[in-house]
Design a protein around this ligand. Structure first.
Ligand SMILES: *Cc1c(COP(=O)(O)O)cnc(C)c1O
Length: 454
């Protein structure tokens, strides 16, 4: 048997609504060509993000009925804590309402003016929380990680020489911790090898710097290690996951990804003093240490989700279904970030639409075309998201993120078909003018108009 099938059958269905092209045209105009302003009911296939958009299993829904909603000491917390300890080996576990809450607490404790935090690639909320504390966030991914068509198996790896140079330049005492993001979301969902994590750990040890993981997609990373790293094929994902966490002193996790839930996050430590200080901050803004801003039932869903995510039939299906879309787009002629990452396919819109300059947002033009043509919602990761009046990012990408367990192969075939039709029409895509420029995180609220050539 060659076909890797969805390892589940469907018990509950949620209808999605087909709209007409005329309706979508009107919706797109009313949203001022920003798909964040479109109501979800007007979207057919929503590939905006894989965060919190997955489907829960029957066991997760069943577990939610056992939610203990006690303010302090709820059984749900102890079940969640036990599962996280077994999975990661970390002795100290705090729940948070999502990943960025864990980041905010961590960097309020260790960040601050004059501090420098290296990472392979900071995710945008991680960077924002580091910078909010007054510290500086520095990206040190290997050079191959920045070259879209280079097929390196671990494009999320940190450049060890660059890390050594940074430590030499700023001094270890200004680096409160070194972080590595698995998988590297900001650069195509690319994995980090165990060998690289060990090397980072070695450098951190030599300089007395704590090492943390941004482990939102730890299971996808572990499965890609199993597939791609020499000597790992025969090992279980659980063992590989454990190796990854064993190398670190702590981690932040958004459970909206590999926790297989719609809301939740985790902060994990080995250091008891950090736990105590983090617990104080948690109580200040999130909630008591045994619920962290979540309901007991959310903790139950997470406990079960973190178990299911390391099942290898699930991961085989997950990684294969993302690669499947990537391969179809490559066949059509799209340039994508290669090889396909774990959770999303990133299309190079600059390559697709050389007639649209970065100042007219080729990525946003493709995002609009996908919605207008087929009701598909994607997100621009280029000049809209990261550009400023004085800065143009090096790539104009569009991310097609795959929600977990939510869409079937025929949905993905539909997306590929739409992309094939759009490929033929690519020269007709219109550039855009930004008519409302928010000062920060502008992709969420920017407004546009189409530049119609005479
Ligand atoms: C999603 C994400 C976060 C932030 O998590 P939220 O739950 O959205 O707050 C941090 N890091 C990475 C790599 C992520 O993908």
């Amino acid at each position: 048997m060659k076909t890797i099938i969805e390892p589940f059958r469907i018990k509950v269905v949620e209808p999605i609504r087909m709209t007409t092209r005329e309706e979508r045209e009107e919706v797109l105009r009313a949203a001022r060509f920003n798909v964040f302003a479109i109501r979800a009911r007007d979207v057919l296939i929503d590939l905006l993000t894989d965060s919190g958009t997955g489907a829960m299993s029957s066991l997760q829904w069943a577990a939610m009925m056992q939610g203990d909603e006690s303010y302090a000491g709820a059984e749900s917390f102890y079940r969640f804590e036990k599962r996280m300890k077994e999975l990661t080996g970390f002795p100290y576990i705090l729940p948070t309402h999502q990943g960025r809450a864990a980041e905010r607490i961590l960097f309020e404790l260790v960040g601050g003016k004059g501090k420098v935090v290296p990472n392979n690639n900071h995710f945008d909320t991680t960077r924002a929380n580091i910078e909010h504390s007054g510290a500086e966030a520095i990206d040190l991914v290997i050079d191959e990680g920045k070259q879209p068509t280079v097929r390196h198996p671990f494009k999320g790896n940190m450049d060890i020489n660059k890390l050594e140079q940074l430590i030499h330049r700023v001094g270890a005492d200004r680096i409160p911790l070194c972080m590595v993001t698995v998988t590297d979301n900001s650069d195509g969902g690319q994995p980090v090898s165990l060998e690289n994590l060990r090397a980072v750990r070695g450098v951190c040890d030599r300089h007395g710097i704590p090492f943390f993981l941004d482990a939102c997609r730890f299971a996808e990373n572990a499965y890609l290690i199993k597939l791609r790293e020499p000597g790992q094929a025969q090992r279980s994902v659980r063992e590989i996951v454990r190796d990854m966490f064993d190398l670190a002193d702590g981690a932040t996790i958004s459970a909206k990804k590999d926790g297989l839930v719609n809301i939740g996050g985790v902060l994990l430590f080995k250091d008891e003093d950090l736990l105590r200080r983090a617990g104080e901050l948690l109580i200040l803004t999130e909630g008591f240490v045994t619920y962290g801003g979540l309901a007991g039932r959310d903790l139950e869903a997470m406990a079960q989700g973190f178990e299911e995510v390391v099942h290898e039939d699930y991961l085989a299906y997950r990684i294969r279904s993302t690669a499947y879309l990537g391969e179809k787009l490559l066949e059509i002629g799209y340039q994508i970030i290669e090889p396909p990452g774990g959770h999303a396919i990133y299309v190079d819109a600059g390559h697709l639409c050389p007639h649209i300059p970065p100042a007219q947002f080729p990525g946003q033009a493709l995002v609009c075309a996908l919605y207008r043509h087929a009701g598909i919602r994607a997100v621009e990761i280029g000049s809209v998201m990261f550009g400023t009046d004085t800065y143009t990012p090096s790539t104009e990408l569009v991310r097609l993120a795959i929600p977990r367990r939510a869409y079937t192969q025929s949905h993905i075939d539909y997306v590929a078909e739409a992309c094939a039709e759009l490929f033929e029409q690519r020269q007709s895509f219109a550039g855009l003018r930004m008519t409302n420029k928010p000062s920060a995180l502008r992709h969420f609220t920017a407004e546009f108009e189409e530049i119609i050539s005479p």
